[in-house]
Design a protein around this ligand. Sequence first.
Ligand code: DQA
Length: 155
Amino acid sequence: MQITPTSALKIAVIHGPNLNLLGLREPDIYGADTFDDVNRKIEERARQLGLEIRIRQTNHEGEIIDIIHDAVNWADGIVINPGAYTHYAYAIADAIRGVRLPVVEVHLTNVHAREEWRHKSVISPATVGQIVGFGAESYALGLQALRAVLLQGRS
Ligand code: DQA
């Protein structure tokens, strides 16, 4: 797709299952920031980077797939935290491959330092890259990385 240099880059930010519980959910692991706090940080960074974003959260795998499909109609790329789907949801990986949008996978926690079943991501092979372990900053870094990838494509 041809992107005109003057248009703002548009990015879909997708939160998967249980991320709506942030603040309440295992704060020793996920921190005290609420879901709204995290989204405020994402929005602030998007503003600083001059990005137009739309944030969605769902607990349902099929809905994540629908959001990915719909992103084709408006977005230049996707930042996604697929939650536990990361570790086994091949249909989400196939959706990412299907839409051919650049995708950055992010995780609040360093999944590689946690239980062994979290070490494997079936999503990563379909993405540009993965950012883990920086809390809400993982999303901000994800936006920054995706912006760099998209701008490279413009030049
Ligand atoms: C997570 C890591 C996953 O293993 C876990 O199931 C989550 C959150 C993270 O952001 O660190 O729900 O994606």
